[in-house]
Design a protein around this ligand. Structure first.
Ligand code: ZN
Length: 322
């Protein structure tokens, strides 16, 4: 897909690299191959390609699970992280989302003090809250909001913490057989998580300001929230709450997530929001790829995908800012 005018700016997208210096394996159901070493090569190739684009992407969104949980069992968490970050540092500034595999390897405190905390790119270091979320504006009228899919959840929180105990209770309540009115995956498995009321309120405030400023907002996180953009097991625990929050704000144009390695896409007819779930690098064969560059225009974003990631034209919902 080639466009006539130059874009206002562009950015790169990539998800679920899950690098580990171990032999190839498979997913839990043994239905898909995982290329643990080669995923680093695919990341390298993606960065090489971004570096030689005619207009270099302003930044990269890395949507989580950059190293695999197996590193923990091999005592290689730090070395694997150093390896991938060395590659990332060769390219445009990278915004990192945290996925379940980050929490298999590191505590929340360790992540906060690591290079995977990319909040420094946002200029909001004083905006303190106990979830990992921030926003930035790379160009007038455009804003990107990174949110924390594991703010609630049993990963990354100490067992004695309030959030861990609350999350345990939440899982028990929502997995109960008496809860017949909810879809079976409502609470989701324990390798997923969700959004606390504090974070939902924070996001509501950020989006309210963006509505007023007539900005176009893209949300980036690890877990998808639209049931038609992913498989049920990959959804964030309280995805209906996030979906109804999006419905209340006209500024949101796109919601990007990873976690479901098959990828997915759905435009929510209620909001016009594009829900894009990125294909995972880890389950991508060595002769293919799974990354993209997004070219941003006044009226749309154009995704130029590579390998398993397909091209898409994402028109902004009509009648909104502008
Ligand atoms: Zn994941």
């Amino acid at each position: 897909m080639q466009d006539r005018e130059p874009p206002l700016f562009s950015f790169g997208i990539i998800a679920d690299v899950q690098y580990a210096d171990i032999d190839d394996g498979s997913n839990f159901k043994k239905t898909r191959k995982r290329y643990y070493r080669n995923s680093l090569k695919l990341l390298q190739t993606a960065i090489d390609a971004w570096n030689v684009e005619k207009v270099k992407p302003s930044f990269i969104l890395q949507l989580g699970d950059i190293i695999d949980g197996f590193n923990k069992t091999h005592n290689a968490s730090q070395s694997a992280l150093d390896t991938v970050l060395r590659e990332c540092s060769r390219g445009p500034p990278m915004h990192h989302v945290w996925g379940n595999h980050e929490f298999y390897n590191f505590s929340r405190d360790a992540l906060l003090s690591s290079a995977l905390n990319s909040k420094c790119h946002s200029g909001q270091l004083l905006d303190n809250h106990d979830f990992y979320a921030y926003h930035f504006s790379p160009a007038p009228k455009f804003r990107f909001v990174l949110i924390d899919s594991y703010d609630m959840g049993i990963l990354g929180h100490g067992e004695s913490s309030d959030k861990y105990q609350l999350s345990l209770k939440y899982m028990k309540n929502h997995n109960s057989n008496e809860d017949l009115n909810r879809p079976p995956a409502f609470a989701g498995p324990e390798f997923n998580g969700g959004f606390s009321q504090d974070q939902l309120q924070w996001l509501d405030e950020v989006l309210t300001k963006a509505d007023k400023m007539q900005e176009r907002v893209t949300i980036a996180t690890h877990l998808p929230v639209h049931p038609l953009a992913t498989e049920p097991q990959a959804l964030a625990w309280n995805y209906p709450e996030l979906l109804s929050l999006l419905q209340a704000h006209r500024s949101v144009v796109c919601y990007m997530a990873g976690h479901d390695h098959d990828g997915g896409y759905h435009q929510d007819p209620a909001t016009g929001v594009h829900h894009l779930t990125l294909e995972g690098v880890i389950e991508t064969p060595p002769d293919s790829q799974a990354y993209g560059t997004v070219y941003v225009y006044e009226d749309r974003m154009v995704v130029k995908g590579n390998g398993r990631m397909r091209d898409r034209e994402l028109m902004y919902p009509e009648g909104l800012a502008g």
